[in-house]
Design a protein around this ligand. Structure first.
Ligand code: AGP
Length: 614
């Protein structure tokens, strides 16, 4: 949601590291930003609506280079508004105690209204509409000389989620950080200590980090980190290694992170598959699941849960579990699952999917399933993320960091990981070695299938040019192409702001077809497979309403050419993997439409890379 950075040092200026840290976290939220800097004279706060670049410009104007050295402690924030419009007043940091205390927050204080009126009764004056300002005043209220103790007292009264960092002129050189529900990582250097919402703001310094857990509160000074629980008992946390470096979060010559990540997909898939496919045995090895054949055989059903793009990968996964393993499988919207009192039992495998591993609704679904005794597994990309740690067993995607808000390589790797899980379950429950080996061959061919589509980037860009002016668009598919249609529509929506809907191709006749005319392009997914002929029939229905069609078909499949000249051909492959090259074609189509419409592709309006609030 939002991005937080904290920096403390004996000698180095905090300004540079805070601003570069915010730039690395900007994909988490980018409607306003701010810093609070501590020096002998007290706390100086700078806030600005808009991107981090605008805050940096303000700092350049207001804080000349020669003055910056005196600020060796500071906190910073880039915002995704939840309470209060993106204005300078509502931007973080929020101050209290006459400006001597400053605080930044990622998350939502659910009982902020009650806390606020309680504080107002004690004469506290509020200036913003945010939930966060309450936290600053609450800590100040409890400050009897120990900032850590004051923070613990304040947080005991807070309902909701938070990742916070705060400084106070009354406690020079000290920074207090705490987390519940929102991520925080710490890097302890020889000369300085950096805190951030995720490792991308820290990996420029080191790959050794400490992940704080829910309920942790830490006092940070240039001499070190002192972690406690909310009831003040000391806590120790281990240092962990980050498995990628700074290069992974640079654009590498591409115009956008999204395009770079689309072109990284063959390597991302190779990393995801590496050491996990066993051609001889016709199965997959996923040691992170820590599941033996007996446990797999004892399962009665699989429930997948996720949000957004991860949900569509989960829908694909449910099909694969049923096809490969013959086990009943369904996908659940995480936000529904957490409140719906779902039926899960100890012999249910609950598979949670999350690129970031921090999505609040998916995390809550994991906790609900654990409460109900299900076997909880995670499929995450972010190593050490909360969902991965709380599930305790799972599969990491190894797709590398995904900076573009629109998920691309994580989706492909989620599909590959779920198919490997379904293969493993299938080989345990019903598949022969030969059947398993055929699936292994298909999965191993994924990187090359993707390369073949990437080579058609220019042709896809030309097709995108023809439709970039459209107001609405439909995506249709059947079988494994149905989740692919939903994903394609989401990609186009979130980066080009063109209204797009994904439908099961058979659903059109039940209503949506009423919207079709020559101004509504239909992207039809019809690679060779059991559903191709039916989908060609649906293409004809669309053409009969003069709707332009972009058809994604298997190389050499000329039939579709009768209905449209806008063909994207993907290499022949089994239908259970065909969605992968098809989705790459959809990603490129969406990318070029958004590029032609001049939209901010990496940071689309109103979106954030990781949704850590409900
Ligand atoms: C996808 O492009 C979006 N960024 C969004 O739908 C995303 O998939 C969703 O928020 C889930 O995120 P997660 O995989 O990190 O849990």
């Amino acid at each position: 949601m939002c991005g937080i950075v904290g920096f403390t040092s004996r000698s180095a200026s905090a300004v540079g590291p805070l601003v570069s840290g915010l730039r690395r976290l900007e994909y988490r939220g980018y409607d306003s930003a701010g810093v609070a800097l501590e020096c002998e004279e007290g706390i100086k706060v700078f806030k600005q609506t808009g991107k981090v670049a605008e805050l940096d410009a303000l700092l350049k104007k207001e804080l000349p280079e020669e003055e910056r050295g005196k600020f060796t402690v500071g906190i910073a924030h880039t915002r995704w508004a939840t309470h209060g419009l993106p204005t300078t007043v509502n931007a973080h940091p929020h101050i209290a105690d006459g400006g001597s205390l400053a605080l930044v927050h990622n998350g939502i204080v659910e009982n902020y209204a009650a806390l606020r009126s309680g504080l107002e009764k004690h004469g506290v004056k509020f200036v913003s509409q945010t939930d966060t300002e309450v936290l600053a005043h609450l800590v100040a209220t409890f400050d009897q000389g120990d900032l850590l103790a004051a923070t613990c007292e304040a947080l005991k009264r807070v309902e909701g989620t938070y990742g916070i960092a705060l400084i106070s002129a009354k406690h020079p050189g000290e920074m207090i950080v705490a987390r519940k529900g929102s991520p925080l990582v710490i890097r302890v250097g020889e000369k300085d200590i950096v805190v951030a919402s995720d490792v991308s703001a820290i990996v420029a310094y080191t790959r050794q980090v400490i992940y704080l857990k829910d309920g942790d509160v830490a006092r940070i000074t240039p001499d070190g980190v002192d972690i406690h629980s909310l009831d003040f008992s000391p806590v120790s946390r281990e240092v962990q290694e980050v498995d990628w470096d700074i290069g992974a979060i640079e654009k590498g010559g591409y115009e956008h992170f999204m395009l770079k990540e689309i072109f990284e997909q063959p390597e991302a898939l190779e990393n995801c598959l590496r050491g996990r496919l066993l051609p001889e045995e016709g199965t997959a090895k996923l040691s992170g699941l820590r599941l033996g054949p007996r446990e797999i055989a004892a399962l009665s059903n699989v429930v997948l849960t996720a949000c957004g793009t991860s949900y569509y990968a989960g829908l694909h996964g449910a099909y694969a579990f049923e096809q490969f393993a013959g086990i009943p499988a369904r996908i659940e919207q995480a936000a529904e699952f957490r409140y719906r009192n779902p039926i899960v039992a100890p012999d249910t495998a609950l598979v949670s999917l999350s690129q970031s591993g921090e999505t609040a609704d998916t995390l809550a679904a994991v906790r609900e399933a654990k409460r109900k005794g299900a076997l909880v597994l995670s499929v995450c990309n972010a190593v050490g993320s909360t969902i991965a740690r709380e599930a305790g067993r799972g599969v990491y995607l190894h797709a590398g960091p995904e900076i573009g808000v629109a998920s691309t390589k994580a989706f492909l790797c989620q599909v590959a990981a779920l198919e490997m899980m379904a293969l493993l379950f299938g080989r345990t429950r019903r598949l022969s070695g030969a059947e398993g080996a055929a699936i292994v061959r298909a999965l191993a061919s994924l990187p090359d299938l993707v390369r073949a589509v990437l080579a058609k980037n220019d042709a896809i860009a030309r097709i995108a040019e023809k439709h970039a002016g459209a107001r609405d668009a439909f995506y249709i598919g059947r079988g494994y192409q149905y989740p692919a249609a939903l994903e394609g529509a989401l990609k186009l929506k979130e980066i080009s702001y063109l209204h797009a809907e994904g439908y099961h191709a058979a659903e059109l006749k039940h209503g949506p077809i009423a919207l079709l005319d020559e101004k509504v392009p239909v992207v039809a997914l019809a690679p060779r497979g059991p559903d191709r002929d039916k989908t060609l029939g649906n293409i004809q229905e669309c053409r009969a309403r003069n709707a332009p069609v972009v058809a994604i078909v298997t190389e050499g499949d000329a039939d579709a050419r009768a209905f449209t000249e806008d063909l994207v051909e993907v290499p022949p492959c089994p239908d259970f993997v065909a969605a992968v090259p098809v989705v790459v074609a959809e990603q490129l189509f969406a990318y070029h439409v958004a590029r032609l419409r001049g939209e901010p592709i990496d940071k689309p309006r109103n979106l954030a890379k990781s949704v850590t609030v409900e």
